[in-house]
Design a binder for this molecule. Structure first.
Ligand SMILES: [Fe+2]
Length: 336
């Protein structure tokens, strides 16, 4: 397993890149805009392909690197169903597993620091964002935070993990890097032996100033769609109802992952090419996509929300496929 921790010195934010081994697909957690060049360099030097990127929550103290990474690597942006972030490729909920080449990351909904905070678990490591720090925890006084919810999230969802689970926090302000669940249960001064009422009392009396970047970072971090919508202007965009009236013959390509398709089924006649495999399909003259395209069919991509399909148009055009379009708004449980 490759696990690389990066520190943004200004905001003391930790970012993580995870992959099963060199040469595999990778995921990044909590990327900072200023760190993007470092992440790309690391990915390149380990021959990793970034396929997924996510924030544990909407950050108030730094600008997220999600959009920039998507622009440069065409990775998918994952967001929770509780998050107000716009244009995510895939929405996850509590208990969902995110597949990455060779391992899975389990999503654990842990509201409290903010209403849309998640932690992620894989193979003995828990990525806690601002829910749990090393002998500390995230504040609860803005972005719909709640000390009561945070106490419940930490004690009922994190402190039940094996004691040797490695805690990979979203920040550290004192120069430490990792902890374990066992150490935090015993030594976290806000939580060790504390009742919920005592914890709430502590959290309500911190009197912290607002993060310097809060007023600009939060609105900016909600706009992960920046730059993508604009790039679609000259593309062919369809609505579901248009499909029956298209005169041209076309191939529908479903870019979602198998687990997402299970919830809705595919549109009639569609072929399944998961987004991460698209580039291979375009490079393979025997793929169903290229056979249809070379026969003269138009390719119409769709996914859950229209974001992967928008990226697919970009990839197709970069590979000289001109007759491509996508389904606006995608195909998901709410709009079947
Ligand atoms: Fe935060």
């Amino acid at each position: 397993m490759i696990l690389k921790q990066f520190l943004d010195d200004t905001s003391k934010t930790f970012t993580y890149i995870l992959a099963a081994a060199e040469g595999k697909d990778a995921i990044i957690i909590d990327p900072v805009l200023e760190g993007v060049d470092d992440y790309l360099q690391f990915l390149g030097s380990h021959n990793l392909r970034l396929i997924k990127a996510l924030d544990t929550h909407i950050h108030a103290d730094h600008f997220t690197g999600l959009s920039r990474l998507r622009e440069l690597t065409k990775c998918m942006i994952i967001a929770s169903q509780e998050s107000a972030v716009e244009l995510a490729s895939q929405r996850i909920k509590d208990g969902d597993s995110l597949e990455v080449d060779g391992f899975e990351l389990k999503a654990i909904y842990t509201p409290g620091h903010t209403i849309e905070s998640y932690c992620f678990y894989t193979q003995g490591f828990i990525f806690t964002g601002d829910t749990l720090f090393i002998r500390g925890n995230g504040r609860t006084d803005f972005q719909n935070g709640s000390a009561k919810q945070l106490y419940e999230s930490i004690t009922q969802k994190l402190f039940i993990l094996p004691a040797d689970t490695v805690v990979c926090p979203g920040h550290d302000y004192k120069g430490e890097n990792f902890s374990t669940i066992g150490r935090e249960i015993e030594q976290n001064p806000r939580l060790a032996g504390k009742t919920c009422e005592e914890f709430i009392e502590i959290m309500n009396n911190l009197n912290l100033p607002n993060p310097k970047l809060m007023d600009v970072a939060v609105p900016a971090n909600l706009k992960t769609g920046t730059g993508l919508k604009e790039s679609l202007h000259k593309s062919i965009i369809f609505n579901r109802s248009d499909l029956e009236n298209i005169k041209h013959s076309f191939l529908l390509v479903d870019l979602r992952e198998a687990a997402e398709i299970g919830k809705t089924g595919m549109l009639p006649g569609a072929v399944h090419i998961p987004y991460k495999d698209l580039i291979h399909a375009i490079g393979d003259p025997n793929s169903s996509l290229m056979q249809a395209y070379n026969k003269g069919d138009m390719i119409i991509f769709y996914c859950a929300y229209g974001e992967r399909s928008a990226l697919a148009i970009k990839i197709a055009k970069e590979n000289k496929l001109e007759k491509v379009g996508h389904l606006d708004g995608g195909f998901h449980k709410g709009n079947t």
